[in-house]
Structure formats: C-alpha cells, structure tokens
Design a binder for this molecule. Structure first.
Ligand code: CA
Ligand code: CA
Ligand code: CA
Length: 160
C-alpha cells in the first residue's frame, strides 16, 4: 500500500510549486515548467507538453498544485489539502470584512453566492452547530473544528 504524503512532504512540494509559479496564479504554465526543468538541469523540450498532457487532469492547459500532488502521490486523498492555510482561505471567503468572525449574515450571503442558499432554519441550525461558544458568530477556531470533520462538504468547498 502506498504511503500518504506527510504534511511536510506536501509543504515541501508547495514550496517548490510556489517558487516556480512566477506569476503566482496558482498554476504552472508551459513557460513556468520550462524554468523548473532548467533548474534541475533538464533541457526543456517536448517532454513538457507530454508532462502537461499527463498531469493536466482538468484540461485547462496548465498544472495546478493539486494536479502536481496527485501525480507525485497518486493515492493521496483530497482531505490532505485541508490544512491551516486553506482553512484560513476558506474562512476569509466568508469573513468578507476581515474582522475575524463570521456572522450569520456573512454566512448566508456567501452560501448564496456559492449556490447554496440557506433557509432561515438551516442557517440557524448551522450556526448552532458551529458556534460552540454561543457568542452568535463563528470564530476561526470554531470554523476549523467543523472543517476537520467530513461535514466540510456541507459547505460545498472541497479544494479552493
Ligand atoms: Ca503561474
Ligand atoms: Ca490543470
Ligand atoms: Ca462563536
């Protein structure tokens, strides 16, 4: 059985990825891959096209971090990507004004934008579930606790 990548391995890969993602758009293009090839002493050529064709799972012509990880650790699970950094990104998605808490209104607004409008009752239930200290808003800590569970899919966010 293949080993799942450790967080450290994923982080190392992320570092490499970030270094070569020259325009920081979250994907490696042909040009950026060529730079990566040169840095490890390989001559970029047709191999890059072959590589892209092989790794580009969603067919958009460039390599996203997930595609790179899936290629290097084929048995890795998506859940591995829900690390602190990504949780923070997801949190900020809801916390539009950046005050460090998600109020019911912010939650409802963003869920509607994501195509999952909530009824008043659903919103209430959700708040009750997540707002464990009962102060009426969701802190990052509370948010993290929920995303650590399979219920994360409830939000309709898998990889950001
Ligand atoms: Ca890029
Ligand atoms: Ca792609
Ligand atoms: Ca709270």
């Amino acid at each position: 059985m293949a080993q799942l990548p450790s967080n450290q391995q994923v982080n190392q890969l992320k570092e490499i990825f970030t270094r070569f993602d020259l325009d920081s758009d979250g994907s490696l293009t042909h040009l950026e891959l060529a730079a990566l090839f040169r840095s490890v002493g390989l001559k970029p050529g047709d191999e890059i096209d072959t590589l892209i064709a092989k790794l580009d799972a969603n067919g958009n012509g460039s390599i996203e971090f997930e595609e790179l990880v899936n290629a290097i650790f084929p048995d890795s699970d998506e859940e591995i990507f829900i690390d602190q950094e990504q949780l923070m990104k997801a949190f900020r998605l809801f916390d539009k004004d950046g005050d460090g808490s998600i109020t019911p209104i912010k939650l409802a607004t963003q869920m509607a934008k994501l195509g999952h409008p909530l009824t008043y009752r659903e919103l209430n239930d959700l708040m009750n579930d997540i707002d464990t200290d009962g102060d009426g808003s969701i802190s990052f800590h509370e948010f993290t606790a929920v995303f650590g569970m399979p219920a994360s899919e409830f939000f309709g966010i898998r990889t950001l």
